[in-house]
Design a protein. Structure first.
Length: 128
């Protein structure tokens, strides 16, 4: 990591020296993963109309801010699905003129927010 990624050895020794074995973490990563189809998925808040109204308004606010800023890069909190970690590593070897690995385009960014908005609307309607 020092030679390849230019980390400082003393910082790595410090960070890894603080690592502790935790059986609960081992158990969590050792169990099989589960995937639920969308109709069975529930967002991580109380499932009632007011909470969905807030969620939908928030999705629309973020979409408007992204559109106003001309956002064309999308990074989520689930990098295993958008490959952000791999794409960020690609930046180190990117040459002038090569496309930015995180660039997905304005339309895709807006489409991302539209999916969140519309899925939340469907879930909200089911509560009425």
């Amino acid at each position: 990591m020092v030679a390849k990624h230019h980390f400082r050895r003393d910082e790595l020794v410090h960070v890894f020296g603080r690592a502790q074995y935790q059986q609960t973490s081992i158990d969590a990563i050792s169990s099989p993963s589960t995937l639920k189809p969308w109709p069975e998925y529930r967002l991580n808040f109380v499932n009632d109309v007011p909470h969905f109204d807030t969620y939908i308004a928030s999705a629309r606010k973020f979409a408007a801010a992204a559109a106003a800023a001309g956002a064309s890069v999308l990074m989520t909190n689930q990098s295993e699905f958008d490959n952000a970690a791999s794409k960020i590593r690609m930046l180190a070897s990117r040459r002038p003129g090569e496309p930015h690995p995180l660039e997905v385009g304005r339309d895709l960014v807006q489409g991302y927010f539209k999916v969140f908005d519309e899925c939340a609307q469907v879930a909200r309607i089911k509560l009425l």
